[in-house]
Structures are given as structure tokens and as C-alpha cells.
Design a protein around this ligand. Structure first.
Ligand code: MD5
Ligand code: FE
Length: 203
């Protein structure tokens, strides 16, 4: 199924479920090389979501602001390469949603625990917003909020489940969005966690 949830946003439900074991095998060494961490925000806070990256570029937040960088500030080394399996998943999802030729150069890994959410925001640190963002959800379900081009526009909610892929292109690429604080739960693949992978063409 290829379900449009808003103009430019396409849900591919459950597509990753059969790949969960293979995904665990590529994510484990990746997160060992570039561990999940709670970044500082420009306002002086600490992100509730823990993040890491793979690929030529990685998304960072610190006192200086938001940006993409080619090195992990924790190690001073390049981010781990984008595993071939992840690259293939992102390209296939984008193609199915109408974006052939998508070549991600960054995957941002987001780890949520019960009580942790992500406030409404836009993704605008990437060079060319003509490329979509591909989002993969694993582990505990999340109530995802999709709004409009203005922060005060009404939002719709959809539940993202383990294995779901969501492609944001076209008008949806610039929409405000967020994640409600996770409900407590246990997932056989992820324990008390939700893992979200967002594939981007950042540079
Ligand atoms: C998540 N992560 O579930 C989401 C999935 C982030 C983030 O929001 O910035 O890491 S990505 C959702 C997304 C990307 C681009 C556009 C839109 C949603 N949208 O228009 O709704 O952890
Ligand atoms: Fe976002």
C-alpha cells in the first residue's frame, strides 16, 4: 500500500517489518562508532531525543545553532558510512513515493523513550528542499503530528508503527511536524524505545 496522508506525504506501512533483524545488525556497529547522545540546543537546553548520524554529513545542534557537519564532534572522526542496506531502503521508498534519483547523504538516527517527544518544527537545514525526507519508524509506536506551513495551522495525527516508512516530499517537505511524548510500552525488537531513521539529501 502507498497511502497519501497529506499532499506530498506518502505512508508505506509495515514495509520494514521483515528487515528488522537485518536492520539491528547494521545499526549495532553504527551506533557503537557514533553513539547516541543528547545534543545541546542553541537556547541552552538539552534535547530529550538522543541522536546520532551516518553518511557523509550528520545533523548537529549546539550553542552555535543547527547545521550539518562531516565529522562527529564526539570522536573528531567522519560519521560512519551509510550502510548499503539503509541506502537501498531510502532509495526504494523515495522511488515508490515518486522521487526517483534520491541519493541520501545523511541519516539522522533519533532515539525516543517513554515520555520523550519532539516539538513542532520544520526541517530546513538541508540545501535543496526539492529532495524528500524518508522517515523509518522502528520499535514503540508514536503519535506523529503533521501540520501546515505555518506553526499555527491545524495538525493531523497519525500513529507510526514499527516497520512504517513515511516519505515527505513536495508541499509536505516544509510542513511543521512533531512527535507526541511516547507512551510507556515494551516492544520485542526495541524494548522501551522508538528508533526513527530520517534519510536526507543535506548537501
Ligand atoms: C521522527 N523526526 O519521527 C521525525 C521523523 C526530525 C524529525 O522530525 O527532524 O528528525 S522526520 C519527519 C518529517 C520530515 C520532514 C517533513 C515532515 C516530517 N513533514 O512535513 O511532516 O523522529
Ligand atoms: Fe523534523
Amino acid at each position: 500500500a502507498c497511502t497519501p496522508v497529506a499532499p506530498g506525504a506518502v505512508l508505506l506501512p509495515g514495509l520494514l517489518t521483515p528487515l528488522a533483524g537485518a536492520l539491528a545488525a547494521v545499526l549495532r556497529p553504527l551506533l557503537w562508532q557514533a553513539p547516541l547522545r543528547h545534543l545541546r540546543t542553541p537556547g541552552g537546553g538539552r534535547m530529550a531525543v538522543a541522536t546520532s548520524n551516518a553518511g557523509a554529513l550528520g545533523w548537529l545542534s549546539d550553542a552555535r545553532g543547527y547545521r550539518y557537519a562531516s565529522q562527529d564532534p564526539l570522536s573528531g572522526r567522519p560519521w560512519p558510512p551509510l550502510p548499503a542496506l539503509l541506502d537501498a531502503i531510502a532509495r526504494a521508498a523515495a522511488a515508490r513515493a515518486g522521487f526517483p534519483g534520491f541519493a541520501p547523504d545523511a541519516v539522522l538516527v533519533n532515539l525516543y523513550r517513554p515520555g520523550v517527544g519532539l516539538g513542532l518544527h520544520q526541517d530546513r537545514d538541508e540545501r535543496d528542499a526539492a529532495w524528500p525526507i524518508v522517515s523509518a519508524s522502528l520499535g514503540l509506536p508514536a503519535r506523529f503530528r503533521l501540520g501546515g506551513l505555518r506553526r499555527d495551522a491545524p495538525t493531523q495525527e497519525l500513529v507510526l508503527q514499527h516497520g512504517d516508512l513515511l516519505v515527505f516530499g513536495g508541499p509536505a517537505r516544509r510542513c511543521f511536524h512533531g512527535v507526541r511524548p511516547l507512551a510507556a510500552g515494551h516492544h520485542p525488537w526495541a524494548g522501551e524505545h522508538r528508533l526513527n531513521l530520517t534519510f536526507r539529501r543535506a548537501g
